[in-house]
Structures are given as C-alpha cells and as structure tokens.
Design a protein. Structure first.
Length: 102
C-alpha cells in the first residue's frame, strides 16, 4: 500500500523536475553548496530564473539554504540538496533513460 503523503510529495518533485532549469539545478547541487549567481553562471540562465526555481525547490522541501553574510546589494545565500541521495538518484535516473532503447 502506498502512503498518500509520499505519493503526493513524489508527484510534486516530478512536476518540479519537469522544468529543465530546475532539473539542471538539482544536478549541479549534487554534493555541493552553491549560490544562485554561481548556478546562473554555470547554467547560462538569468539569476532571477534560477532564484525562482530554487524557491520552488525549497517550498517542496528539496533544498536547504543558509545565509553566509551580507554583501553590498543583498545577502549571500547558499543552497544545497536537503537529502544528499537525491542528486545521486536523479543521476541514476538520467543514466537509465540515456541507456534505454528509444
């Protein structure tokens, strides 16, 4: 029997990962703490778009944050995956789909 809460949370996670930018953010956070500006640079995306996806990931309980201080223009905030296994599982899924016949 499936736990309804787990089904709902998994479904929410899959919907979020349906956005390619969110998916790529999760992959980049695998085992690392990063700031939105670093993610934006690595992804070639706007910082605003990255922050919006990080907000969705945080609301879903998939990422955590920590303020690392204040700098001119705002706070420095680091993001990382709440569950380190999450990045590995997403990577496993990616490899599985890459190797699957079309």
């Amino acid at each position: 029997m499936m736990d309804d809460h787990v089904v709902q949370r998994t479904s929410q996670f899959c919907r979020i990962l349906g956005n390619p930018l969110a998916y790529r953010i999760v992959r980049l956070l695998d085992g690392r703490r990063r700031r939105p500006v670093e993610l934006a640079r690595a992804l070639g995306a706007s910082p605003t778009a990255v922050v919006n996806q990080l907000k969705h990931l945080k609301l879903a309980g998939l990422v955590r944050t920590r303020s690392t201080g204040i700098r001119r223009g705002g706070r420095k905030v680091e993001y990382w995956l709440d569950n380190p296994a999450l990045g590995r599982r997403v990577g496993d899924l990616e490899r599985c789909l890459r190797d699957a016949p079309r």
